[in-house]
Design a binder for this molecule. Structure first.
Ligand SMILES: NC(=O)c1ccc[n+]([C@@H]2O[C@H](COP(=O)([O-])OP(=O)(O)OC[C@H]3O[C@@H](n4cnc5c(N)ncnc54)[C@H](O)[C@@H]3O)[C@@H](O)[C@H]2O)c1
Length: 316
């Protein structure tokens, strides 16, 4: 059985998905669409599919079993509407949109259509996160510290508030999502942020938020894009007798057994793509972040960003 996939957007993350998807048995990336036709042609050639200058042409070409949407946050909306109209399974890279209204509206359409969806919160697919969940099962988290201290990605839309939605919506969202998975829902909080004269674009380049979880745990999330490279990106979790430091590549554990570092065993994007393809084929449901899940994280990220830009209180 061949699963035929179309990719909208031919940038960095689309490239990661194409490499992972084309390594799966019975998966064909039959088309790639990007108004930057140079990129569409290069990625389509790498995938062994056709290049299109507009996503409409990719969908009109037909014969698809599922669609990946890997466009910048500001470009979500019309393409997802068209995929929902066709009733095709939909994979959307995070965040689901730059703003909340677009994501809310699409979530309603996806739910009404009962569409199979997945969103690119790939940290959920880390085997180290599974270990963290098991360790926390015995001792629920009491404190969470999330840090995304990094350089600004070198893409033109990232430094523009109307392009990316800002660092909280575009990057820190990974850690807010992970905290929701490991600790539960945030019920209140406070956030502040600032823009430095030499920061990128018009977004806040530093910020911090303190939150309270419904579980009674408390947390703090900080971000900056003023660094020359990734400096500190991960989540620290404290529970009685347990300390965890989770990054995209490993987890450091401190508990009664002592201290140890566990490297991840699998590339989470490969696990994520394999789970989505299996779900498209009706072979089990390993999808860990549906559109509805992603919307809940996006609501939190947008609320934290709005609080940092406005009065401070995180309004959920
Ligand atoms: N899960 C992750 O770790 C991860 C990593 C990187 C990026 N992302 C997310 O993926 C998205 C894309 O990021 P990127 O780094 O690949 O950006 P990018 O700028 O490298 O690529 C985006 C591509 O989308 C194209 N595009 C824009 N509008 C389009 C449209 N209407 N139709 C078709 N193509 C269109 C652009 O021309 C560009 O080539 C962002 O939302 C980002 O947050 C996720």
């Amino acid at each position: 059985m061949t699963t035929r996939i179309g990719i909208v957007g031919a940038g960095f993350i689309a490239g990661r998905h194409v490499d992972s998807l084309t390594a799966l048995d019975g998966v064909e990336v039959v088309g790639v669409a990007d108004p930057r036709t140079d990129r569409a042609e290069v990625l389509a050639a790498r995938a062994g599919g056709a290049a299109h200058d507009r996503w409409e042409r990719l969908l009109d070409a037909g014969g698809l079993d599922a669609v990946y949407v890997c466009v910048p946050p500001h470009a979500h909306g019309a393409v997802e509407d068209a995929v929902v109209d066709l009733g095709l399974p939909l994979f959307v890279e995070k965040p689901p949109a730059r703003d909340l209204a677009t994501a809310e509206r699409l979530a309603g359409r996806v739910a009404a259509a009962g569409l199979l969806t997945a969103v690119g919160y790939h940290w959920r697919y880390l085997d180290t996160v599974e270990l963290a969940r098991r360790l926390l099962a015995g001792a629920p988290a009491r404190l969470v510290l999330g840090a995304w201290l990094d350089r600004a990605p070198r893409v033109e839309w990232w430094g523009r508030q109307d392009g990316s939605g800002g660092q909280v919506v575009e990057q820190l969202t990974h850690l807010l999502d992970l905290a929701r998975v490991l600790v539960g829902e945030v019920e209140s909080g406070w956030a502040v942020g600032a823009r430095s004269p030499d920061g990128p674009g018009d977004i806040q380049d530093v910020g911090t938020a303190s939150v309270r979880f419904a579980s009674g745990a408390v947390g703090s999330f900080t971000h900056s894009c003023l660094l020359p490279r990734g400096f500190r990106i991960g989540l620290e979790v404290v529970a009685p007798g347990l300390g965890l430091w989770l990054t995209e590549h490993q987890v450091a554990v401190s508990d009664a057994e002592g201290e140890r570092v566990v490297e991840r065993a699998f590339d989470p994007v490969e696990v994520e793509d394999a789970a989505f393809v299996a779900a498209v084929r009706g072979e089990g449901d390993g999808v860990r972040a549906t559109y509805a899940d992603a919307l809940a994280t996006h609501r939190l990220a947008v609320a934290v960003a709005a609080a940092a830009a406005g009065g401070g209180e995180v309004r959920l």
